[in-house]
Every structure is written in structure tokens, then in C-alpha cells.
Ligand binder design. Structure first.
Ligand SMILES: Cc1ncc(C[n+]2csc(CCOP(=O)(O)OP(=O)(O)O)c2C)c(N)n1
Ligand SMILES: [Mg+2]
Length: 375
């Protein structure tokens, strides 16, 4: 029996099963990293190393309650951050992006305010810095970044601006790549060609779980193909390679071709956070074998071999980094508490009766507590 006058043998949409897949677009080629940029990468990575190490000491000294170190990820963070232009692009970090924030010019005392529990997400102005607040929700800012990027195309009403789109870069870990939000974000970004770079730092671990036990398909970058997103897998311990890969990704998104996925293969050399003991799930031998050569040592050797700078200049960068960490320590020590009422005042643009009631309760309780403490 025939229905609607259609042939019973025509395959209809079934024919699509044999349709050739569209090839992934090629990414633009960018200029090689210059000797001056290598030295800038070194200067920033050294500053980050000193601050990162210092932050662990501050936690042990009781100055800050908690910190998530990024030891070993300096090349991935600084290299990728230098590829974006924070005058127009927007950076969406996780909780482990000290290096990204430092390279983007965020004030480090304001950054540390979140680790001192003074203020959620840091004290800097995200709208002015074009660096979103840090937060501890795994994959938490990936959808935000796609939303921001989609906003750029909506604002342009489908017409590519003369100087291209402003681009969002969102940071996520290998573990975060298993979150449902990331799949939604990638699919949406690809469908709507949102100018966003998904920058994955594959540091080998999601707390105590190795990447092999939580990422199917061999790698995070392999997933790009499923969404039609071009993907680059790069040595995340080589800052010049990271900078080049991220620049190519940003150029692609800027030109209106949609999202790119960059997977930087690196290693979390330290604990997950100051409360973690990696000795419970990996041995020192494994750490040494998987970490490879220190990214800063590798860069130093390259700079000296290529004559981009001499030992004295690199030593001066070290000294400046040590002085900076000391200065930030003083700033963190001086950070006082914020007025408590802010937690009610900044929830909504227009307050609600319920919030006002909670605020009044809170004020009454804190005042009566103060009175009884003073008595
Ligand atoms: C939504 C959510 N789920 C779980 C956690 C607990 N948690 C904190 S960090 C983390 C692992 C994240 O690993 P990865 O994405 O690889 O980032 P890394 O910590 O290695 O930088 C988990 C599961 C969380 N903070 N948020
Ligand atoms: Mg990880």
C-alpha cells in the first residue's frame, strides 16, 4: 500500500546515511612566536611560579584557608592567555587559573581575595578586566562563555564586523570535559558558530582520578569532530606551542568560523588543592615520569640556546618575581573583611521583600552578638 502518493522504494532521509561528511575547516596560520615573546612568556611564567609557591606557604601559615596550585601548568596558562586581547575578548577561568589571571593583568591581591575568603570570585572588576570571576563549579563557566560569545554574533546581527568578532576563551579541565554542560556548550557553540575557544588543560587528573578513567575516546580533542569543531592537541608544557595554537584558534573564531577546541597536554605537579595528599593515589616515580621536564626550565634553555636573552636578564626576572610575591603577601595580609550586608545587596538588581527580611534578621543577629561579645 502506498501512502501520500510517495514511492515505497525512495530512501528519503535514509539516503543521508551515505552522504559524505563535511571536512573540518582548516585553522588560519599565524606568525611564529618572536624571541621577545619568548622572554615575555618566561617573565610571566616565573612570576606565576613564585606567586603559586608563595600561596601554598600562605595557606600553611594560616594567612589563607585554601588554594588550588597550578604548579607545572604555567606554560599552558600563560601561553593561552597571551593569545587573547582583553581589550575586546573575554576570559572565563576556573579555580586554578592564577597564571591566566596574572597574564591578563588582574591585580594579584584582588585575585587572592577569594582564597582569603574575603570575596567570592576575587575583588577585581570582571567587566573592566574582561576576566570573569573565578569559581569552583566544575565546568561552571563554559556555558557562560558560549552565551557571551553568542551575544557577540547576535549584536552583529549576522554581519561579521570589520575587525572580526570579539572572542570568548573558556578554561576547563580534563575532568570537567565529562560534565553534561560541556557537551551542551560545544553543541550550541557549533550550531550557532559562536566565537569561543574551549581551552582544555589536560593535567592528567581530576582530583584523584586519572584522565584514562574518566575521558572516553582517547582524548578530549577527539570529541571536537563529533560537533564539527576543529581541535588542536598541543604540548601544554611548551608555552610557544600553546601560544601559537591558541592564536590560531582565536583567529578562526574571530573570522566568524565558529568555535575551536584546544587541548593542552600538561601535568598537575602538585596536589589538587592544599587539602589534598597525592601520595594516596600516585607514587613519586609516577609523578616524575608523567610530569616530564619543568616547562620553565625548558623555556629557559631554549631562550639561552637561541640567544633571545642572557642569563643575567633571566635571573633579573626571577628576582622581580620573588619581590612581587612578597608585595602580594603584604597586600593579602592587609585585606580586611567586606561589609556583611553586601551578601544581600548584590543578589538581585532590585531587591525582594524576602531578601530584605533576611537582611534585617541578619543585622539584628550580628548586632546582638556584638553586644553580647562587648559586654
Ligand atoms: C559541579 C561540580 N562537581 C564536582 C565538583 C568537585 N570537584 C572539584 S575539582 C574536581 C575535578 C576537576 O578536574 P579537572 O576538570 O580535570 O580540573 P583540575 O582540577 O584538574 O584542574 C571535582 C570533581 C565541583 N567542584 N563541581
Ligand atoms: Mg584535570
Amino acid at each position: 500500500m502506498q501512502t501520500s502518493g510517495q514511492s515505497t522504494t525512495a530512501p528519503g532521509r535514509g539516503a543521508l546515511a551515505n552522504a559524505p561528511r563535511e571536512p573540518l575547516p582548516q585553522l588560519p596560520v599565524v606568525d611564529p612566536v618572536t624571541p621577545g615573546e619568548l622572554v615575555e612568556l618566561y617573565r610571566l611564567m616565573t612570576a606565576v611560579r613564585h606567586l603559586d609557591r608563595a600561596a601554598i606557604s600562605w595557606q600553611r601559615q594560616g594567612i589563607i584557608p585554601a588554594y588550588a596550585p597550578e604548579l607545572g601548568q604555567e606554560a599552558a596558562q600563560v601561553g593561552s592567555a597571551l593569545a587573547v586581547d582583553t581589550r575586546r575578548d573575554f576570559v572565563f577561568p576556573t579555580y586554578r587559573e592564577l597564571g591566566v589571571a596574572r597574564a591578563c593583568g588582574v591585580d594579584m591581591v584582588e585575585y587572592m581575595a577569594t582564597h582569603k575568603a574575603t570575596w567570592h570570585g576575587g575583588l577585581w572588576d570582571p567587566a573592566a578586566a574582561h576576566v570573569a570571576p573565578i569559581q569552583a563549579v566544575v565546568a561552571g563557566s563554559v556555558l557562560h562563555a558560549v552565551g557571551w560569545a553568542h551575544g557577540q554574533t547576535l549584536e552583529a546581527r549576522g554581519e561579521l564586523p570589520e575587525d572580526g568578532y570579539n572572542v570568548a576563551i573558556t578554561y576547563l579541565g580534563d575532568g570537567a570535559s565529562s560534565q553534561g554542560d560541556v557537551h551542551e556548550a560545544m553543541n550550541f557553540a557549533a550550531v550557532f558558530k559562536a566565537p569561543v575557544v574551549f581551552f582544555v588543560q589536560n593535567n592528567g587528573w581530576a582530583i584523584s582520578v586519572p584522565t584514562e578513567k574518566q575521558v572516553a575516546g582517547g582524548s578530549v580533542s577527539a570529541r571536537g569532530a563529533g560537533y564539527g569543531i576543529p581541535a588542536l592537541k598541543v604540548d601544554g608544557n611548551d608555552p610557544a606551542a600553546v601560544l601559537t595554537a591558541t592564536r590560531r584558534a582565536v583567529a578562526h573564531a574571530r573570522a566568524g568560523h565558529g568555535p575551536v577546541l584546544v587541548e593542552a597536554m600538561t601535568y598537575r605537579r602538585g596536589p589538587h588543592a592544599t587539602s589534598d595528599d597525592p601520595g594516596r593515589y600516585r607514587t613519586l616515580e609516577e609523578e616524575r615520569a608523567d610530569a616530564g621536564a619543568d616547562p620553565i626550565g625548558r623555556l629557559r634553555e631554549r631562550i639561552l640556546a637561541e640567544g633571545a636573552a642572557d642569563t643575567a636578564a633571566l635571573d633579573a626576572a626571577e628576582a622581580a618575581a620573588a619581590a612581587e610575591a612578597e608585595q602580594v603577601r603584604e597586600g593579602v595580609l592587609a585585606l580586611g573583611p567586606r561589609p556583611g550586608a553586601e551578601m544581600f545587596d548584590l543578589v538581585f538588581q532590585e531587591t525582594t521583600d524576602e531578601l530584605e527580611r533576611q537582611k534585617a534578621n541578619w543585622q539584628e543577629e550580628t548586632e546582638s552578638r556584638k553586644e553580647s561579645e562587648d559586654a
